[in-house]
Design a protein around this ligand. Structure first.
Ligand SMILES: C[S@@+](CC[C@H](N)C(=O)[O-])C[C@H]1O[C@@H](n2cnc3c(N)ncnc32)[C@H](O)[C@@H]1O
Length: 342
């Protein structure tokens, strides 16, 4: 690592450590001038969110069946779209791309696959899938290279890339999609990645059995009707040996995850809302992130939900998913769920 990079990494860690200390001290009653405004807003929204959920929800044990207004709708993400990538990289110390990359690698992509990326946001996953497809094709002939999320990706400018993948990214947030479109265009991937507005609960514009793979990263947490989303994914996926769904999501690490899990819990509870509030200028939206992680089912509960969901038409719903074991990342705070439809 170059000396400059080392200095940046150390400064970054010190900065995060300072935020953790300030946040924890704050919870013991210390006051910090201008941050008070944010903290007061966070507390106020926090109480509202907790009141909405406490009757039925309590960290992995009791879940609400009532959709809450505080789930992350497209409108909410419209407010933070232009700063979303920056705050994400900052909060995850740039590790978020490696989590997405693991998901894409586990998909087992084949040339010609049609992939649907739900809650695509600013299209990070859609771009990774498309570039993965290009790498699987013949990169020796490439005459152009671009930097996509740190990886140097070579693409054949102007040539018809018949054997590569096609990706459709859908999201209800106009602004997230607008940022995604700019990124796709800048990378010259317009012919492989299409982005559009849609809610994962009702993919009315998408035909039955029309996709080989489906992904959703950090999006299912935002949708209260999770079975509905799973069954929409089930409907649009082909049912054969190549078909697969992959979902990436956060959870609060439990007590069993030891000291590192404790650190990750502290980070999610105290650092995420404060850094998110300061750098996005949208405190409530980043409080939502912390709360939605807290209220998301545990990994085993969510995998069981996928395994038990009944999809298909009519009264006799006979379709569902064969699930794979959950892959844990980042000290148990990020999970990869994988399943094949039948
Ligand atoms: C945390 S972002 C994740 C974006 C992207 N997948 C990523 O990995 O960065 C969550 C996304 O879920 C989207 N979203 C919210 N409600 C949704 C819904 N009902 N259906 C599909 N996407 C939804 C938001 O607009 C937002 O772009």
């Amino acid at each position: 690592m170059k000396r400059n990079n080392k200095i940046i990494a150390v400064a970054h860690l010190l900065f995060l450590a300072a935020i953790i200390v300030l946040s924890v001290l704050h919870s013991y009653g210390l006051k910090f001038g201008r941050f008070e405004k944010y903290i007061r807003m966070l507390r106020k929204s926090g109480k509202k969110i907790d009141n909405d959920n406490t009757s039925t929800n309590n960290n992995h044990s009791k879940k609400s069946n009532t959709p809450s207004l505080d789930y992350g709708t497209g409108n909410m993400f419209d407010l933070i779209a232009t700063r979303y990538d920056f705050v994400n990289r900052l909060l995850a110390l740039n590790m978020d791309m490696s989590w997405r990359r693991t998901m894409v690698q586990e998909l087992g992509l084949l040339p010609g696959d049609k992939v649907l990326d739900l809650a695509t946001g600013t299209a990070d996953v859609a771009i990774l899938i498309a570039t993965e497809g290009l790498l699987a094709v013949d990169v020796n002939d490439s005459n152009a290279c671009v930097n996509s999320n740190e990886d140097k990706v070579c693409i054949n400018v102007g040539e018809k890339r018949t054997s590569s993948l096609e990706v459709l990214g859908l999201d209800p947030s106009q602004n997230m999609i607008a940022v995604g479109k700019e990124k796709v265009k800048a990378l010259g991937l317009d012919d492989l990645v299409r982005l559009d507005i849609a809610d994962a609960r009702a993919l009315s514009g998408v035909k039955d059995s029309s996709f080989d793979k489906a992904t959703m990263s950090f999006g299912i947490r935002n949708v209260p009707e999770r079975e509905k989303v799973l069954c929409e994914i089930h409907r649009v996926l082909k049912k054969n040996d190549n078909s697969k769904m992959a979902i990436l999501e956060f959870s609060e690490p439990g007590e069993e995850s030891g000291i590192m899990g404790f650190g990750a819990r502290l980070f999610i509870r105290h650092v995420v809302p404060v850094i998110g509030a300061l750098f996005s200028g949208a405190p409530t939206e980043y409080l939502h992130l912390q709360n939605s992680i807290k209220h998301f089912p545990s990994p085993s509960e969510f995998n069981a939900l996928i395994a038990n969901v009944k999809c298909g038409k009519g009264k006799k719903k006979s379709g569902g998913f064969h699930v794979e074991p959950v892959i844990n990342m980042n000290f148990g705070s990020v999970q990869l769920y994988q399943a094949s439809p039948f």
